[in-house]
Design a protein around this ligand. Structure first.
Ligand SMILES: Nc1ncnc2c1ncn2[C@@H]1O[C@H](COP(=O)(O)OP(=O)(O)OP(=O)(O)O)[C@@H](O)[C@H]1O
Length: 242
């Protein structure tokens, strides 16, 4: 894998005459986790899709640059909020879909290992309709991890998981994605407090950065500094937008 670049997004977005977000500056360090929190509808998914080079429908006035100056398309794996699993493929078929769409021979062994690590081995040959919401979300996560890209964009990847599985999947994602540049959208201040090397808060008025504890991520959930940071994030999210 090529070294993971940092990413800078500077700009504003609107739908015609309706602003979505004012000028913001998002600086994502190379090879680290950045978390983006904010109320529903403020534009978080739009930011991920802009970085991924996907259609958003917004007019974006600004620029998005990789720190190594090279184009981002082709170097980004994106996990959308909806799992986008193919109903006619089983779990392994969905996890290896990217390679097959590119006309490559999928690494089935790697896919099986990942499926096992995500606790899905007994479901490997089931189709999505036979899976729970949390199991489907893990399949979508596995498919994203299989892509082996230096930049990984995750849109609420753990939201459907029970507390224990969520913590396990956070650990697994942190380990599997070590050295990648990750941008995680989450509604969970506790998740951002555990995982974020940098944490950004946005609403319709703009974006600010919250400084996490000096302890490196991934942080123990019950650590007093992690909990205090989680509390500060929650307080900030509860502040009314100006
Ligand atoms: N064509 C459109 N015209 C105007 N506003 C639109 C249009 N399409 C989408 N929107 C608005 O853009 C916003 C979509 O933002 P986005 O999905 O990026 O938000 P988000 O912060 O990711 O939300 P969530 O946390 O709920 O996933 C919503 O407020 C939506 O109402």
């Amino acid at each position: 894998m090529t070294p993971a670049p940092g990413i800078t997004l500077i700009g504003a977005a609107r739908f015609g005459e309706s602003p979505l977000f004012p000028p913001v500056r998002l600086e994502i360090d190379p090879g680290s986790w950045s978390c983006l929190l904010g109320p529903s509808g403020c534009g978080k998914t739009t930011i991920l899709r802009l970085i991924a080079g996907l259609d958003t429908g917004v007019d974006f006035d600004g620029h998005i640059r990789a720190s190594d100056g090279k184009p981002l398309p082709g170097r980004v794996a994106y996990m959308a909020q909806t799992d986008l699993l193919m109903p006619w493929l089983d779990v392994l078929g969905n996890v290896t879909l990217g390679a097959r769409l590119r006309g490559e021979t999928p690494d089935v062994e790697a896919a099986e290992t990942l499926v096992e690590r995500l606790g899905l081995s007994e479901h490997a040959h089931k189709r999505p309709t036979k899976l729970s919401g949390g199991q489907r979300q893990r399949v979508a996560l596995a498919r994203t991890l299989m892509e082996d890209r230096p930049v990984v964009l995750l849109d609420e990847p753990f939201s459907a998981l029970d507390a224990r599985t969520r913590a396990e999947m956070q650990d697994l994602a942190a380990e599997t994605l070590e050295g990648r540049t990750v941008l995680l959208v989450t509604h969970d201040p506790g998740e951002a407090a555990r995982l974020g090397d940098r944490v950004f808060l946005m609403d319709r008025t703009g974006m600010v950065e919250a400084v996490p504890p000096a302890t490196p991520a991934i942080r123990p959930a019950a650590d007093s500094e992690t909990l205090a940071f989680q509390g500060r994030l929650l307080d900030a999210l509860r502040e009314p937008a100006a």
